[in-house]
Design a protein around this ligand. Sequence first.
Ligand SMILES: NC(=O)c1ccc[n+]([C@@H]2O[C@H](COP(=O)([O-])OP(=O)(O)OC[C@H]3O[C@@H](n4cnc5c(N)ncnc54)[C@H](OP(=O)(O)O)[C@@H]3O)[C@@H](O)[C@H]2O)c1
Length: 275
Amino acid sequence: MSKPWIFISPSSRGIGHALTAHLLRTTSLPILATARSDPAGVKESLVSASANNRTSKDDGSRLHVTHLDVTDESSVEAAAAKAAELFPPSTHHLHLAFALPGILHPEKQPRRIDYDDALETLRVNTLGPLMLMKWFGDLLPRKGTDLSDVRGAEAAGFRVPAHATWLTNSARVGSTADNRLGGWYSYRASKAGVNSITKSFDLHLRMRGAGNAMAMAYHPGTVKTGFSQEFWGNVAEDKLFSPEFAVRKMLEVVASRTVQDGGRCWDWKGEEVPP
Ligand SMILES: NC(=O)c1ccc[n+]([C@@H]2O[C@H](COP(=O)([O-])OP(=O)(O)OC[C@H]3O[C@@H](n4cnc5c(N)ncnc54)[C@H](OP(=O)(O)O)[C@@H]3O)[C@@H](O)[C@H]2O)c1
């Protein structure tokens, strides 16, 4: 039986921080999380955030936080090497992976587009998850990997799916069909790109994993993090989710997808976001 582990990148703040604290609190699985700076401080903050109502009896020693900047490929490679050291592929497999990095430069008019900002958006939001797939993808289960140990990992409030899941955070505005307002040129393109990359990666996993692993893109709704702060005033209270609520919805969607649902973008209600 292969032992499952969880990967979350990044975990320094926002949705990734809330997700890591939640999974630390509600599952018994080991977790590798990442931060661009101060991994020790991020670990301390995650352990403290997960302490309330923790169901498993441990002090956070299951949580490892390592340095990773998605725009620096050597740091992604080094983090994957660390993962293989902590969780040797001969005995372990990556069961839940969350690729979450994202930045936004909300250009309203073409003349407001700054070349360097647009390039940075594509580097973080599109090439970032692609580099995570490149270096961490081999740690997902292959055809024939025995996943039966996963049943023992279930805990309060979250049914860990039998197959491994790779989730890339996307956004509804990455949908070309659903683009009714325009604007946000670089961010929309970066998320359309990451949806395309996630589809290709899912097809790769179908060949490699034969039903043991899938990849999906995900729209979390508008979540009250630093990312959306500029727009909090424009969003109705019931449409602005707390990070904790967003994380619970994300895990509900992960738990209810099958391998056949891979390659598509799902929103927090479990409805498909069209390409
Ligand atoms: N919040 C929303 O309303 C919303 C809606 C739709 C989609 N999303 C998507 O959800 C994801 C997470 O958003 P969030 O709300 O949690 O954002 P957030 O609170 O602004 O956090 C962004 C995260 O990305 C990290 N990051 C930025 N540049 C990075 C790089 N070069 N390498 C590694 N990590 C980097 C940040 O790390 P540092 O702490 O080091 O800066 C931080 O952990 C993003 O992909 C976003 O597009 C969010």
